[in-house]
Structure formats: C-alpha cells, structure tokens
Design a protein. Structure first.
Length: 264
C-alpha cells in the first residue's frame, strides 16, 4: 500500500508541466543526473515492459522537480521541525540503510553448488513422494453437514453439485470444492489441524464424516492421489538460491542482535 501510494504520487507530480528532460534545478538546488538515472532504473525494474525513452525520463524528471519544490516549501514552513515529520524522516533513513545492508549481504553471499544440492535433497525429503487432490464442502451447522454426508453416501457423484450450491467457501465452491493438489507431507502445515488430520486418514475416493474447525463444518473428499513429480535442481535453482541467501541474512541479523546491547 505504501509503495503503491508513492508510485501514484510520483505519477501525479510527474504530470506537472515542466519541460526539463535531463538534470535540472529548483531555486538553485540541483537535481543530479544520477538521481534521475537511478529512478529510471527502478522504474524499468518495476515494469520491465517499459523502455528507457525520453518521455519516461521527462516524467521522472518532472516528478523529482515537484518533490524538490514541495520539499523546499515544507522546509520553509518549518514542517521539517515537526516531531512527527522528524520521526518519519528518521524511520525512513533507518529503513533505507537497513535495506541497503541486507541487499549488500545478499549480493555478497555466494551459494555453493554443494549447498544447493543439499537444500534440494532436503526439499525432496520434506515434500515426500505423493500428492493429494483435496475437495471440501464448508457449512455453518453440524446438522447441515450430517445431511450432506448422508446424501453423499447414497450418491458420491453429487459432491461437485452440492459444493457449488451449498458450500460457504467462496474460494472453492465454484470449482466444486476443489482445493487443488498438495504434497502429502505438506498437508499438516497447509490446513488447520482437524482438517489435515481427517484428510490424512482418507483413502482415494473417500468422503469424511463432518469435521469441525474454526471456519465451520467440513465434508472432505480425497479426490485423487498421484506420484509427486519433483522439479529438477536447475528448474528451482533460483528459488533455492534465494532461500539460502535469506537464511544467511537471517543468521547475520541474529548474529548482530546477539552482539548488540539491547535494553527492552
């Protein structure tokens, strides 16, 4: 939300009619060319479909001019001395520096091939060898759940129709209660415990008795089971690299925290 607000404000400011395309100044205060270049780079990274065009640079330059103009006026009015403004500026400075440090650590953290292979094998083990296709019907009252189970015992093929007409789960009812495919080993960590426990006890094609969770009463169907096809190491190399880099950063932050003199 904060980032979207900044982008929207930047677009509004950029629409003000200023003709300077490259480096500029406002009341004698220069806007460095490298600041414009940095904003262009950020915008192209945010929206890769864009091109580095004179029009893009003009809009970005106009935005920076407007920011400088407004900043000067705010300072003239003494708003930079306001307690809340000073606090926000301090927090912004901390955030920028913290993000710069983390980005630097990620950039300089080299992940070895052995570490990637070890992480890949750990991922394979954690996911297991099977995946489940799970469906459910969610209702508010136990009595309604029991009635639906009774109907399904007589006519299991009605699951899709009943889910579409009676389920309270807006995210799955249109698909006949289909929740998708999940690695079997991930089900306990994906669903709330009563739902996960009941699912793991089902065999292919089974329909559960009513299961209560904080969301209501579920009727669960284990639609299908199949062998889990694990992506190759090369296919998920970027994700594994990112995960290991994040772990390294978390370890670094923990190390800094252990050495810092913190009083709470």
């Amino acid at each position: 939300m904060k980032k979207a607000f900044k982008l929207a404000l930047f677009a509004i400011l950029g629409a003000v009619g200023v003709t300077t395309v490259h480096a500029a100044s406002v009341n004698g205060i220069p806007i460095p060319q490298d600041r414009i270049d940095a904003q262009v780079k950020n915008e192209l990274a945010r929206a890769p479909q864009q091109k580095d065009t004179p029009e893009l640079r003009k809009g970005i330059t106009n935005g920076l001019i407007s920011y400088e103009m407004l900043s000067q006026e705010a300072t003239r009015l003494g708003l930079d001395k306001d307690t809340n403004v000073r606090m926000a500026l301090d927090m912004a400075r901390q955030e920028v520096l913290a993000n710069a440090l983390i980005a630097d650590r990620v950039k300089n953290t080299k992940i070895s091939e052995d570490a990637l292979k070890k992480e890949y094998e750990a991922a394979k083990t954690s996911l297991g060898t099977k995946e489940y296709n799970v469906r459910h019907i969610l209702v508010e009252k136990e009595a309604d759940a029991k009635n639906i189970v009774a109907q399904l015992r007589k006519s299991p093929g009605d699951f899709d129709r009943i889910a579409k007409s009676q389920s309270n789960d807006a995210g799955s009812k249109a698909n006949g209660g289909d929740l998708g495919w999940f690695p079997a080993n991930n089900i306990p960590g994906t669903f709330v415990q009563p739902f996960a426990d009941a699912t793991m006890k089902l065999k292919k094609g089974d329909i559960s008795e009513p299961v209560q969770s904080q969301f209501g009463w579920h009727i669960i169907k284990l639609q299908d089971i199949r062998d889990l096809k694990m992506p190759t190491l090369d296919e998920i190399r970027p994700q594994l690299t990112q995960r290991l880099q994040q772990q390294a950063v978390q370890s670094y932050v923990g190390e800094l925290r252990s050495k810092a003199k913190i009083v709470e």
